[in-house]
Design a protein around this ligand. Structure first.
Ligand SMILES: *Cc1c(COP(=O)(O)O)cnc(C)c1O
Length: 227
């Protein structure tokens, strides 16, 4: 049922249309925007169906689930994005299945990802709330963490990632993300990407320069209850 191809196809078309419209409104090329489909809680059949529909970028936010799904789908050509909060104990393992990690937010996670083998692409997650317990680095610590990531072997910094807080107008939140992106770029000119925008706010994110959208329910439908 949840892998209903007709429904997936039509939701995907709606989102692709929305992305194209917002890109046009922003004067941007929609080819410069990657849509990551966040498939948390959905069975691998949904991921296979989306892969058949041309999706190659998938996101998960829980370590064990991501690891299991990557193993079950090892036959597919795809890019796994880890978008959830990462404990330093699990961070090293995330390297084994995720090609992109969106949630660097503290020294211990960065240290756990050190490697001589292969660079993993990563984003520094920003905390746009006043709640320190949320994932993400606080604005005052951004430059310091960015310098540390750049100096760490085995990490390639793509840019910044954020989730818009519920109590803020999304466009204003994403304008803050754009400013943070400028600050990171001053440290690493190659770190030009912005991971921002979800089902409810991807249009606003595109208007503020998002290059990587993380879209779940608008494409997959409602999530089944946490397993
Ligand atoms: C679940 C999730 C998303 C997608 O959320 P939707 O509102 O379903 O689009 C994006 N980013 C992160 C970090 C998530 O955990």
């Amino acid at each position: 049922m949840s892998a209903d191809i007709t429904q997936l196809t039509s939701r995907l078309e709606i989102v692709r249309g929305g992305v194209a419209d917002a890109a046009r409104a922003a004067g941007r090329d929609s080819a410069s925007i990657t849509t990551i489909v966040v498939t948390k809680f959905h069975p691998v059949a949904v991921i296979r169906a989306l892969h058949d529909l041309g999706i190659r970028d998938f996101g998960e936010n829980r370590h064990q689930e991501a690891k299991d799904k990557a193993a079950m789908l090892a036959d597919l050509d795809m890019t796994w994005h880890f978008v959830g909060q990462l404990q330093s104990k699990k961070a090293r393992q995330a390297r084994s299945y995720a090609q992109v990690i969106h949630s660097l937010d503290r020294d211990s996670v960065v240290d756990a990802l050190v490697s001589r083998d292969r660079d993993v692409d990563c984003f520094i997650q920003l905390n746009l709330t006043d709640d320190q317990g949320r994932g993400g680095v606080l604005p005052g610590d951004l430059e310091r963490l960015a310098e540390k990531v750049v100096a760490t072997e085995g990490l390639r910094l793509l840019g910044v990632m954020a989730v818009a807080p519920l109590d803020t107008e999304p466009r204003a939140a994403f304008a803050q993300v754009r400013q943070a992106s400028d600050r990171v770029r001053a440290i690493d000119p190659a770190a030009t990407s912005i991971s921002a925008g979800m089902s409810g706010d991807y249009r606003e994110a595109i208007l503020e320069g998002a290059t990587h959208l993380r879209i779940g329910s608008a494409i997959t439908g409602n999530r089944p209850p946490a397993g």
